[in-house]
Design a protein around this ligand. Structure first.
Ligand SMILES: Cc1cc2nc3c(=O)[nH]c(=O)nc-3n(C[C@H](O)[C@H](O)[C@H](O)COP(=O)(O)OP(=O)(O)OC[C@H]3O[C@@H](n4cnc5c(N)ncnc54)[C@H](O)[C@@H]3O)c2cc1C
Length: 383
């Protein structure tokens, strides 16, 4: 498949690049050091319409494709992954609701995601159900016009600030994927307790949380699942949406790697040792060339996977390949770029050590790289 950005996409990318470099870059260290959410960045992103890039215009969004959306996210990730994550998350939940929610819910909620008035966490992982995601035990039991939710979630990003939680729950007695659906739980629901997880390695401008549900009652109209959730393929269906989320992890990793690479390249042009610039040393030049090759490969894979989804032909295997290649590449690249700065790269006055910590998250989230390799192997062997 031939892939080339059109003039509108180039314009969109360049505008995001300008914003990232001129506004977000210098503030990025603060969110990490103080462990605070980049509130002012979110406000700006909402004003500029970045929080509704992939949302249908009938709900106030820009109606753009995933390629366009992630071009913006990539540019922001070059300087600040915590801020890039805001655009990513704010575009994901509306897509799930737009695909699986009833029209009344879409019309009521999605415009508020675009404006930033609402945020939604995705509460899927449980202590005993991480990679084995179909093994969740949180239950949603129908009582009259309500569902009663009991169970526990862990690692819920933005769980401490989201107005709504998209909770994966077991609606029926069956085991495995069948009977798993999703339901929106408002943050102030009686019986819901949220506890922030401490000592996080990176992306400290976003928090992960445990959620505890003790007989939490939610109106039945909050269900976000096609058909009868008791007997649904609720677990399987949203996975098509998660194809994009998965590649999104790859694109964010790509952005961080490119950001680190650009810093290293610029430093190598001014730092000399043994009477020679680093950029003139053959061993280091090849290191940079090798990194460039890997970055180019990741970019091609990620945008090919996103273009396939935009074209209505999602390729789950390609999405997994892109996610693994880009995130593994980014782990190596950020470390090697940090090395290029010698001792200076080890200190927080430069962003390298933050980039190394931040990017670590992306081999785990969106389905670990090991589970992606299982999916790729299943594709190779037919099961
Ligand atoms: C920063 C962060 C943010 C997150 N945000 C969210 C969120 O918003 N919402 C949410 O629901 N979850 C979230 N998660 C959870 C994340 O999705 C899980 O951590 C991930 O799915 C892995 O589950 P686990 O941690 O229980 O590891 P486990 O599943 O216990 O895996 C442990 C190790 O074994 C490997 N492994 C497991 N099974 C296999 C297998 N069959 N073959 C080979 N290797 C295997 C894994 O790859 C991993 O290396 C987040 C996690 C992190 C770190």
């Amino acid at each position: 498949m031939h892939f080339e950005l059109n003039p509108q996409q180039v314009e969109l990318r360049d505008a995001a690049r300008k914003l990232a470099q001129e506004v977000f870059k210098d503030k990025a260290a603060r969110w990490d050091r103080e462990e605070i959410f980049p509130e002012e960045n979110k406000k700006l992103l909402c004003e500029l319409g970045y929080t509704g890039l992939s949302v249908d215009p009938q709900y106030g969004g820009a109606g753009l494709g995933l390629v366009d959306t992630y071009l913006v996210i990539e540019e922001i990730a070059k300087v600040d992954l915590a801020t890039a994550l805001i655009v990513h998350e704010q575009n994901v939940s509306p897509r799930i609701i737009a695909t699986y929610g009833p029209e009344a819910m879409r019309a009521k909620l999605i415009p508020k995601f675009v404006s930033g008035e609402l945020e939604c966490s995705i509460a899927w992982t449980e202590p005993q159900a991480g990679s084995d995601a179909a093994n969740i035990s949180t239950t949603a039991v129908r009582e009259g016009d309500e569902y009663v939710i009991n169970g526990q979630k862990v690692f819920t990003t933005y769980g401490d600030r989201a107005h709504l939680h998209l909770v994966y729950a077991r609606f029926g007695p069956s085991k495995g994927a069948r009977g798993v659906g999703t339901i929106l739980v408002p943050k102030d629901s009686p019986g819901l307790t949220v506890r922030k997880l401490p000592y996080k390695m990176g992306v400290r401008g976003a928090s992960e949380n445990e959620l505890f549900f003790d007989n939490v009652r939610v109106p039945a109209e909050n269900v976000v699942t096609l058909g009868d959730p008791q007997n649904s393929k609720g677990f399987v269906a949203p996975l098509t949406v998660y194809n994009a989320t998965r590649v999104g992890m790859g694109v964010m990793a790509l952005g961080v790697a490119e950001g680190a690479f650009e810093l290293a390249r610029d430093y190598m042009k001014v730092r000399s040792q043994f009477g020679q610039l680093l950029s003139e040393m053959q061993g280091l030049r090849w290191l940079m060339a090798d990194m460039w090759i890997e970055i180019e490969a990741a970019r091609s894979l990620c945008y090919r996977a996103l273009a396939a989804i935009d074209a209505g032909k999602p390729d789950p295997c390609l999405s997994s390949v892109a996610k693994v290649q880009a995130t593994e590449m980014a782990l190596k690249t950020t470390l090697q770029c940090q090395q290029m700065f010698g001792g200076y790269g080890y200190f927080g006055l430069l962003p390298l050590e933050r980039m190394v910590r931040d990017v670590r998250m992306l081999t785990i989230t969106g389905g670990t790289n090991q589970t992606q390799k299982n999916a790729i192997a299943n594709h190779i062997f037919g099961s």
